[in-house]
Design a protein around this ligand. Sequence first.
Ligand code: PSV
Ligand code: MN
Length: 398
Amino acid sequence: MKLPAHVDEQTFANRLERFRIETPSWGYGDTGTRFGKFLQDAAATTIEEKLADAAEVHRYTGCCPAVAVHVLWDFAPGIDLRSVGQSAEELGLCIGSINPNVFQDQCYKYGSVANRDPAIRRRAVRHILDSVEMGRQVGSTLLSLWFADGTNYPGQASIRQRKRWFQDALRQVHDALPNDMTMLVEYKPFEPAFYHTDIADWGMAYVFAKQAGPRAKVLVDTGHHLPGCNIEHIVAFLIDEGMLGGFHFNDRKYADDDLTMGSIDPYQLFRIFHEIVGAEVERGHDLDIAYMVDQSHNLKPKIEAMIQTVMSAQEHLAKALLVDHGALARAQEREDLVLAERILKDAYETDVRLLLAEWRQRRNLPADPLLAFRESGYAERVAKNRRARKPASTDRYA
Ligand code: PSV
Ligand code: MN
């Protein structure tokens, strides 16, 4: 398939080649909603199994060498962390972001770093600092912070006081980062806190990151926005401020649904990539952004869902690379809104699947990673081994 005349074939292929997507360990295990968990025989339980599954995604897509880990979910007490890093390496992987967990323990009922009790605030900071050290041991250079802190009712706490506790904690963590570590601050409008969340939007994350220090940046989880929010505007703004550190990719219909990226609003995904590519074209180099997936699938098979996500990410980046930036600038100069929009739509509506299939084959990868994985029989094989370790059905009327 031929590329449009304004796209240089080598530039297109090279940019795709450099696009790396980190997959989350928690996307390979059994997860659910507060209403229950539907277990899958093939779902991973241990960090070794999660890494093995992530290696399959990398084997078929060629672009997912890094795996994000969540400290409490992946590191059992006393685990030999160097061996985790080694296992990853043996599988051709590396450990990507390290995610502390200050939202699960009972003591965090009223918050972690914004808890009224100074001992709990100290405990939360200590856990994050321990996570930094664990990250160092497994070879991670990214500390990814998300806090469930907030309140459920008006009057429950002083919002201003909690803000100051957050500022103190984030500064302490930033001061303790090793030189090669970046700290990402994630925001979310609600859930589990339903009245106010201490880091509710990109503006708050920006201020906290800015005040923490130069190695703190904002993390945009695409599912963490209220309906109608213009996410690409946030992305463009943060890029221009040098404050966009990374993404947690997923899609949403109602709230933080964790649906497969691009399954609900693929045009939004294209518009996000268009802002990134536009800035890269202007600057002449790639932006330093950590592209990560944050999806825990309840119903879809885990590895297939991950491969589907990665393919969708590549397709939307490829479409964004097809935008005719010269023609777009000329249309904008003339205030030709119709043509400007059409230039975006021309790129978005191009079917790039054949282009990507050919590009993959040139790299000795399967033209269709999803089908190739399905045909490999991996999921059936591991299901057989892992099934025995899953709890028996707890259905009351079975
Ligand atoms: C919170 O909803 C979140 O997006 C954070 O990134 C957590 O680390 C992750 O989900 C856990 O699934
Ligand atoms: Mn997230």
